[in-house]
Design a binder for this molecule. Structure first.
Ligand code: GUN
Length: 281
């Protein structure tokens, strides 16, 4: 029987810690606030934005939400970011992705003040993360590291295989794992013998968006599984990239879906907001 890496519980502890820090800052006269910009009406993005607002309410972080229409131009969005960069009461800025076609996501990310870049997407923060300098770090990979650490999962010297090559999860996670002295392999859809590579992993991280793709033939006995996939199967049920029922008796730890990595992302966003406010102070 695998041990579940309970993201809900860890996320709750982190939000409680953030709440205390926010309250201490308030006593010293510093408010913490997050500005969220949502362009268009993507239903999944709206759910994510609502979850972020709820977490702000819980932790005492102020939230300003800017809902812009689908046909908003890049110039207008960049102007709003400039304005928020210059607003002292805003500690963090998050532009919900994906953006409508026609808006250059990189231009938007580059426009955010790196000190307010609570997503950790700005090249300056990515560069600092590479060199181990103090930086705002992308929330999902930071959340995965925190979940493993809080559950006592050892990382040093382990074979860590990451499946997926996204800028917001897999690539930064590889660097964070390397910083903790893991041996890291990143694989993707063009990797030869993908399942064979996965089978050598002590820690397997899957982020490909294919429900139940990884089964017993991809996993080493006793491995730690971090399932970043959030997919709806044909019956509408949420499923990860791993076939959890099939591998449950052969893995040591596994993140459930839902309730594993997902809640950690929001918690780490709250942590980044209070880190940003403390740094500014
Ligand atoms: N869309 C999906 N995940 C994320 C995220 O972590 N940050 C932003 N800004 N948009 C997203």
């Amino acid at each position: 029987m695998a041990i579940y890496l309970n993201g809900k519980a860890a996320s709750q502890s982190i939000k409680d810690e953030v709440r205390e820090r926010v309250s201490a800052l308030k006593e010293k006269g510093t408010d913490v606030a997050l500005a969220v910009i949502l362009v268009g009406d993507d239903p999944a993005s709206r759910i994510y934005v609502n979850n972020k607002q709820k977490a702000c309410d819980y932790t005492g972080i102020g939230s300003f939400t800017y809902e812009l229409p689908e046909d908003t131009g890049e110039e207008e969005l960049l102007r709003l970011i400039e304005q928020l960069n210059d607003t002292d009461s805003v500690s963090g800025i998050l532009v919900q992705m994906p953006l409508p076609a026609g808006i250059d996501e990189n231009a938007v990310i580059n426009a955010i003040d790196p000190l307010k870049d609570v997503d950790g997407f700005h090249p300056l923060n990515i560069g600092k993360m590479f060199t181990g300098d103090d930086a705002l770090i992308s929330c999902t990979p930071a959340g995965i590291m925190e979940l493993l650490k809080r559950n006592g999962v050892e990382i040093e010297g382990k074979e860590c295989v990451i499946v997926g090559r996204s800028n917001n999860v897999s690539k930064p996670l590889a660097i964070l794992m390397l910083r903790e002295n893991a041996t890291v392999t990143i694989c993707h859809s063009k990797t030869k013998d993908l399942k064979k590579v996965c089978k050598k992993a002590d820690i397997l991280i899957t982020a490909i968006g294919k429900p139940g793709f990884f089964g017993r033939d991809s996993i080493k006995k006793g491995a730690v599984i971090v399932d970043v996939g959030i997919n709806r199967d044909d019956s509408g049920k949420l499923r990860g990239d791993v076939d959890h029922e099939a591998v449950d008796d052969m893995v040591s730890y596994i993140t459930p879906v839902p309730g594993g990595v997902g809640p950690m992302t929001v918690a780490m966003l709250m942590k980044n907001c209070v880190d940003a406010a403390e740094r500014k102070r």
